[in-house]
Design a protein around this ligand. Structure first.
Ligand code: FES
Length: 528
């Protein structure tokens, strides 16, 4: 039976038998990730592949494909559909790379160990008295941060709190769309969409757990407790909950409460008796990840007012102190993940992560020191700041000609428009939250930057372009705060309970509903 092969990927060399479906769907069956920011609508142009062999078994180019500048052998994977089974198809993916993902977490004060699982003689038992399994030398727990673009996880020894292993992978749901809205839309358009997305993320975590077992000897059956955080959509999909309400007015989850079920019910490859706990959601798109950021920053314990900003594909901001807190979220979109930018890429090997323009000359650094393949979020912030400083871009965000950093890696006017639109929403949330809260910037003691992306940002440059308020000296990077918070929920039942109270206490604000002039306010942020 003729098959489709993706020779760039070792796991996909065995191929998959041809069926009536797109190249993207064939890739998915083999676990090959092709960037698909628009969720397969044929508009983003990120899923370009080269058909090395077997082009004749594919339907002719669609109208959408003709609108993109494709080479003669190139197709959009989401549009090219198999129509016959006459011969094998060999496919090369144009944009591939391993994400360089932040897994380091903030150094917080010691958390008192107070886990919900413990050894009792020859058994491991849950706090409720339930016997979970036989004690075989270890009692482990797993903390997971399900990000829109990346998954990060940590295995922790529940008897002494040591971190045994940390790992990160891309979220394979990126093949269904770059941002939360396109994933929600996927679940609306396809009857089995929710199930597919859930299987994709759990499958990827299982792959990583298998790898850790094979390479590091961390036995999956000894993992007896799991905590999961993520924005409202990501947490919802992980637990197989209906997320459609997050895609329509008033953009609220069905239920903000913490969730819990058994690992066996989810198909998560740990001890099947393990409890899997999903942190509470704050409200709207501000989810358990923002809550975990707050835990990691400790801002909820201080008298002084602080702000935590999680700059991911989904932007979340929380302001407050121990007596009052407020949050807001915005679709930062894929711009700072490189998705909607012509020269943009995720934080993959070869991504330009830092840029300097000195005396008219541009210099840059790439992730892993590799040959440049595009510019990732931190590089894009640097680039905007340097274009502004060097006078190549006006304060109204206008450039005369595209500016090239290396070869054909160039930024154009449309890219700049996308970037300032994304920064406008995030900055407006910060300013409005300060106003709603009743504080001025000089009363805010610290600004915590969280998220894989936030960790790489040059704070001075982020201030220069107006992504952050003018107080770079207050910026504290907390790395993957969401993962650190998930770990705290894992090893401490007290923190878990506190986090649920905290989620109820944080008042979620929706500036776009509260401000009749919201569109004009966004427009007001769209220059420097
Ligand atoms: Fe194919 Fe966007 S164009 S996924």
């Amino acid at each position: 039976m003729p098959s489709m092969y993706f020779p760039q990927y070792r796991k996909a060399r065995k191929g998959v038998e041809l069926f009536d479906g797109t190249v993207l769907e064939h890739a998915y069956r083999l676990g090959v990730e092709i960037p698909a920011d628009c969720g397969g609508l044929g508009t983003c142009g990120r899923c370009v592949v080269r058909i090395e062999q077997g082009a004749a078994v594919l339907a002719t180019k669609t109208r959408l494909e003709l609108e993109h500048e494709l080479g003669p052998d190139e197709r959009l994977a989401c549009q090219a559909r198999v129509t016959s089974q006459a011969e094998n198809v060999v496919v090369y993916v144009k944009e591939m790379g391993a994400y360089s993902i932040v897994t380091e977490t903030v150094e917080t004060e010691e958390v008192t160990l107070d886990p919900l699982v413990r050894r009792e003689g020859r058994k491991v038992v849950h706090d409720s008295g339930e016997a979970l399994g036989r004690y075989q030398g270890e009692v482990y727990g797993l903390a997971v941060d399900v990000g829109t673009t990346t998954l990060a996880m940590q295995i922790v020894d529940m008897e002494d709190g040591r971190i045994i292993a940390t790992a990160a992978r891309t979220n394979p749901q990126t093949s269904f769309g770059n941002d939360v809205i396109s994933r929600i839309a996927y679940t609306m358009r396809h009857e089995d969409g929710l199930e597919l997305l859930q299987k994709a993320v759990i499958g990827r975590i299982n792959e990583e757990l298998n790898r850790l077992e094979g390479q590091r000897g961390v036995l999956r059956k000894n993992i007896f407790d799991v905590t999961v955080v993520g924005n409202s959509t990501m947490r919802g999909i992980f637990f197989g909950q209906d997320v459609r309400s997050l895609g329509v007015i008033p953009f609220e989850p069905v239920d903000c409460a913490a969730v819990e079920c058994k690992a066996g019910e989810l198909g998560l490859a740990v001890n099947p008796s393990a409890h899997v706990y999903g942190g509470a959601l704050i409200g709207g798109h501000a989810g358990a990840d923002a809550l975990a950021d707050v835990l990691a920053s400790r801002m909820h314990e201080s008298d002084g007012v602080s702000m935590v900003i999680d700059i991911g594909t989904n932007g979340e901001v929380v302001i407050g102190n121990k007596s009052k807190m407020m949050s807001a979220s915005c679709a930062a979109g894929g711009a700072y993940e490189g998705a909607t930018i012509s020269c943009g890429v995720g934080a993959v090997d070869g991504a330009i992560s830092n840029v300097w323009i000195t005396d008219g000359h541009v210099t840059y650094e790439t992730i892993g020191g590799k040959r440049p393949v595009g510019v990732c979020g931190s590089g894009l912030i640097d680039l905007l700041a340097e274009l502004l400083r060097s006078g190549r871009m006006t304060k109204k965000a206008k450039i005369k000609d595209p500016y090239c950093i290396s070869g054909d890696i160039c930024i154009n006017q449309q890219d700049i428009y996308e970037l300032i639109t994304a920064k406008a929403g995030l900055r407006l949330d910060q300013d409005l939250l300060m106003r709603y809260y009743g504080v001025e910037l000089d009363e805010v003691q610290r600004i915590f930057l969280a998220g894989g992306f936030g960790n790489f940002v040059n704070a001075e440059n982020a201030v220069t372009i107006g992504l952050l308020p003018p107080a770079p000296e207050k910026v504290v990077r907390i790395g993957n705060g969401a993962l650190a918070g998930a770990r705290e929920m894992l090893i401490s039942a007290t923190i878990r309970r506190e986090s649920e109270q905290l989620a109820r206490m944080i008042e979620h604000k929706k500036p776009n509903e509260l401000e009749p002039d919201f569109p004009y306010m966004v427009a007001g942020e769209m220059y420097f």
